[in-house]
Write a protein that binds this ligand. Structure first.
Ligand SMILES: [Zn+2]
Ligand SMILES: [Zn+2]
Length: 615
């Protein structure tokens, strides 16, 4: 574990943050920094698709960033993703998180067979340098500028300058170099390539579209969808014969004339033959992956852009029907009402079937495997991912109703009785509560059962009774353990006189301390501190308790799990704090709040929250 890692800047490469880390903590040896960050000194620092991200995230403070955000916003993966086959997307993603066998990610993605090489050196934009110096007081490597096929800064429309730092790790002496060090040491070429006017214009457009593709983070489009869209457009332009063949000769001629030799050779996408060119592969054999840059060229030629696929996708039949979707929270007043506007689709790794995750404002989140086959599937729920406030409050309310059996309550809430017990116990209630709500007739019957078994033995201990009457023993073990243990000595107790830890007491004590620690963190008026296990551990008498014995202290565990903050929850607390402490020097605005709260980008939810707050 390391206690510091720099917050990442917008569009900063992971490589860049690692380099800044090394500089900030003044590490001299390159190998050491790789080892500290990735737990392995033999790794190389990768620019485009870094691996072992999970390892890194275990080393650095948890509030810095989550793996999903990191891959989405700080690697080049979103650039390649849309055009990959689904199963490869999952594989590459997994390898980026964890790559114990050092598999070649570039190979897995198919970069080798693309025919377009990665940039040779790291690059930067002079205007961005000025701007970053002013905004952040520090320079960093922009992700956009390292995309293959990109020669211009999409923001300033200026040509990028090439440094002397190698892009691939091959022959790279320096693992991590900051842009700051490059500028100071003048490790870059002051001159840049010049292109003819036509090529420069196209190269700029390619750069803008490539950066856009990266930013959009488009979900994989699927080969059939890609092909269908291209064929539709080509058909409108007259490149398709009545027999649905592509008029390749015609297409290739116009394509070559449109872009010109200089541009196509600069982008390693020349078309010299008449047959089996990359355009043939892209259109005829869609199963061969094609480099995103070549897709961009075809899109530009067809005078459209990357959103073509997104538009067609939203028009295509949605695997879970058209929204809004139904909230299936049984106890919400809007049960089975169309209250959900967003359906997030992921794909099952094994069956490749779509899984829809639906999140209602009441906090209820559920998922189901698709596609929906009929109207009735709209009411189908496979897994509840989060119950949410409304549900939990109702659960606690219902739980106190003495007239209903636990089973009946479970039925009303749409879960099993165990879940009811789990969510009904309010913080700080006595554990004996659990007994109160057990069907008393069953309790008596079970007690009698055990007592009868005991009376058959002269020296009854837990092992013997469990063997003789497993049913009642297990029942008491689950529902009435304290009583069970009070009448049954453990096997060893008499012989060894082992001092047993009274966990129930420990639990009670730690619960008190944890509650007060949480209260202190929440009441703290300075910049909010995130509630993490580690933070709370530090504030109680025995910090090891939470780390090692949490299972044995269930009440403490429960309250902890209730208060441990997700990134989003913590961001909300920071936002509230910023707003509450707003001084009138500045007009309040979303970006000012975000900056003060240290939130870069933020999830859809966070942004909504901010909008609502300001409106
Ligand atoms: Zn720039
Ligand atoms: Zn709801």
């Amino acid at each position: 574990m390391i206690s510091y890692f720099p917050q990442m800047y917008p569009d900063e490469l992971l490589y860049s943050a690692c380099a800044r880390y090394k500089k900030h903590v003044n590490l001299k040896a390159q190998k050491t920094s790789v080892e500290i960050l990735f737990g392995n000194r033999n790794l190389t620092a990768t620019i485009d698709l870094p691996s072992n991200i999970k390892m890194l995230l275990e080393q650095i403070p948890s509030e810095v960033i989550a793996s999903e955000t990191l891959i989405k916003n700080h690697t080049l993966f979103p650039f390649f993703k849309p055009f990959l086959p689904l199963e490869r997307v999952g594989k590459v993603y997994d390898l980026m998180l964890n790559n114990p066998d050092k598999q070649n990610i570039q190979g897995t993605i198919g970069l080798m067979s693309y025919g377009i090489s990665s940039p040779r050196k790291l690059r930067f934009c002079e205007e961005c340098v000025k701007e970053d110096r002013y905004l952040f007081g520090e320079l960093y490597w922009h992700r956009n500028h390292q995309l293959p096929g990109v020669f211009y800064c999409d923001k300033h429309k200026k040509i990028l300058l090439e440094t002397t730092i190698n892009y691939t790790s091959r022959g790279r002496k320096h693992y991590f170099v900051t842009l700051e060090e490059v500028i100071e040491g003048k490790l870059y070429h002051n001159f840049s390539n010049t292109f003819n006017e036509k090529s420069s214009e196209f190269l700029l457009n390619v750069s803008i579209m490539a950066c856009d593709l990266l930013k959009q983070d488009i979900t994989p489009i699927g080969f059939d969808n890609i092909r269908k869209n291209y064929i539709d457009l080509l058909s409108k332009e007259g490149y398709i014969t009545p027999n649905y063949n592509v008029r390749f000769r015609d297409l290739i001629n116009r394509f070559r004339n449109y872009f010109g030799y200089e541009l196509l050779s600069k982008l390693e996408s020349k078309i010299q033959k008449e047959t089996d060119t990359w355009l043939h592969k892209l259109l005829r054999k869609p199963r061969v992956t094609c480099h995103p840059i070549r897709h961009i060229l075809l899109l530009l030629f067809l005078k459209t852009d990357i959103m073509l696929f997104e538009k067609s996708r939203s028009n295509a039949i949605h695997p879970f029907g058209k929204g809004p979707w139904l909230c299936l929270n049984r106890v919400a007043n809007h049960y089975q009402q169309p209250t959900i506007n967003e359906c997030k689709i992921t794909y099952c790794k094994i069956s490749k079937l779509p899984i829809g995750t639906l999140k209602c404002n009441c906090g209820f989140i559920y998922s189901r495997k698709g596609p929906d086959k009929g109207e009735e599937d709209r009411f189908k729920l496979d897994r509840i991912k989060c119950f949410g406030k409304v549900w939990i409050a109702e659960c606690q309310h219902l739980f106190r109703d003495p007239k209903l059996s636990l089973r009946a309550k479970a039925k009303i809430m749409g879960v099993d009785p165990k879940t009811i017990l789990k969510y009904s116990s309010k913080t700080g209630t006595d554990t004996t509560n659990k007994i109160k709500y057990v069907d008393t007739s069953e309790l008596e019957r079970r007690k009698e059962g055990i007592l009868l078994t005991i009376s058959n033995h002269t020296n009854p201990n837990r092992t013997i009774i469990r063997r003789d009457n497993a049913k009642d023993y297990t029942w008491h073990y689950r529902n009435n353990r304290e009583w069970l243990y009070s009448i049954l000595p453990s096997k060893y107790k008499n012989h060894r006189n082992i001092q047993r830890v009274n966990w129930s007491k420990v639990d009670e004590e730690s619960l008190k301390q944890v509650k007060s620690a949480i209260a202190k963190v929440l009441k703290y008026e300075g910049k909010p501190v995130r509630i993490t296990k580690a933070e709370i551990s530090r504030r109680i008498d025995n910090p090891n308790l939470i780390e090692y014995s949490l299972k044995k202290i269930p009440r403490t565990k429960e309250i902890l799990s209730k208060y441990i903050e997700s990134t989003e929850e913590y961001q909300i607390r920071r936002i509230n704090w910023v707003v509450n402490n707003w001084t009138n020097d500045n007009e309040i605005s979303i970006w000012r709040i975000k900056r003060k709260a240290g939130i870069k980008g933020g999830t859809v939810f966070i942004n909504k929250y901010l909008e609502i707050m300001l409106s």
